[in-house]
Write a protein that binds this ligand. Structure first.
Ligand SMILES: Cc1cc2nc3c(=O)[nH]c(=O)nc-3n(C[C@H](O)[C@H](O)[C@H](O)COP(=O)(O)OP(=O)(O)OC[C@H]3O[C@@H](n4cnc5c(N)ncnc54)[C@H](O)[C@@H]3O)c2cc1C
Ligand code: FES
Length: 293
């Protein structure tokens, strides 16, 4: 949020939509369509975000879009965004280089309930580029590993070349106090790991349901099936969290563009407790299992 003076009116005004400048300090190509950007605010202050929150990212002439933070708030000197080239803004972001600037507003939204997870087993399920926002939570949990019980990560990607954060995946797999399952829908080349969608390792998992909190991020098509497995495992519905995606404009609960029934996804979410979605027909249409009330 930036403050300023309206010269004509002579009044103090505050523009909530004015982005702050942030400088790209690192750019790593992760796949054909994804780049990871390390970014620093001009004042070098930490963002103070929660895992699961997003920034409104902008470039003059190209527009603005919500992008999830994929670094942990415990990383103080810079933050990271993982951007898929799909349209105007994201393609222009792909052309940026270290030293270039972008506009950022935020952090906004409702993140993952870290406090509800402390002292419990955490089950983290990502599909596709859903691993980007979930990585912020995973890094946070691993940074404070002693505060959580079992940590289980399930990540499904379409092909081996779609896998993001390969160095981190190797690190998580090597850790003895983290259970990591990486699965590929359509194995190609020399892939010798798990095959099938994310629900395959999920179904085979033995858990203590009453002590488990689950966080799920992925394409809406995956939610129906993951939710079914989590319900089958008897995880209490209030312990299940989903991150939803909608098209945003303001990103801060002002314009109503992202509305699902009485919820603003940008402000009440993007992370929702499952029980807060039940009974809201538009939200349930996105992904809910057909047998749910
Ligand atoms: C909470 C949240 C977090 C997100 N996090 C990330 C992230 O971490 N990384 C990431 O890469 N993306 C993320 N996204 C998605 C990203 O915001 C969108 O892909 C965004 O539209 C990209 O902007 P763009 O200008 O590049 O593309 P756009 O020009 O907006 O086009 C994107 C795609 O949407 C289609 N489209 C354009 N306008 C419309 C419309 N009105 N209705 C339907 N479809 C349309 C286009 O044809 C194209 O396929 C997130 C979205 C949300 C809501
Ligand atoms: S995008 Fe404006 S209210 Fe959510």
């Amino acid at each position: 949020m930036s403050e300023g003076i309206d010269a004509q009116a002579g009044l103090d005004v505050t523009s909530f939509y004015q982005p702050d400048l942030a400088r790209i300090v690192k750019k790593v190509r992760m796949t054909e369509s994804m780049v990871l950007l390390g970014i620093q605010r001009e004042d070098r202050q930490p963002l103070g975000h929660e895992p699961g929150q997003f920034l409104q990212v902008s470039l003059p002439g190209y527009g603005e879009a919500p992008i999830s933070l994929c670094s942990s708030p415990t990383q103080l000197d810079s933050f990271e965004l993982c951007v898929q080239a799909v349209g105007n803004l994201s393609m222009a972001v792909h052309d940026l280089r270290p030293g270039d600037f972008m506009g950022v507003r935020g952090p906004y939204g409702n993140g993952f309930p870290v406090a509800d997870m402390q002292g419990h087993d955490v089950l983290l399920v990502a599909g596709g580029i859903g691993i980007a926002p979930l990585k912020s939570l995973i890094d946070y949990i691993l940074h404070r590993r002693g505060e959580f019980e079992r940590v289980i990560i399930i990540y499904g990607a379409r092909t081996p070349s779609d896998l993001l954060f390969r160095d981190e995946l190797d690190r998580w797999q090597a850790m003895t106090n983290v259970e990591t399952f990486i699965t590929i829908d359509s194995p190609t080349g020399d892939w010798d790991g798990l095959t099938g969608v994310a629900t395959v390792p999920l179904r085979a998992l033995a858990i203590e349901p009453a002590n488990t909190v689950a966080a799920v991020v992925g394409p809406p098509a995956m939610y129906r099936f993951v939710a079914f497995e989590l319900f089958e495992k008897q995880i209490p519905h209030e312990n299940i969290f989903f991150s939803l995606e909608r098209r945003f404009k303001c990103g801060m609960g002002k314009c109503g563009h992202c509305q699902l029934n009485d919820l603003y996804v940008c402000q009440d979410g993007p992370v929702f407790r499952y029980t807060d979605l039940v009974g809201r027909s538009e939200a349930m249409e996105v992904w809910a299992p057909e047998d749910e009330d």
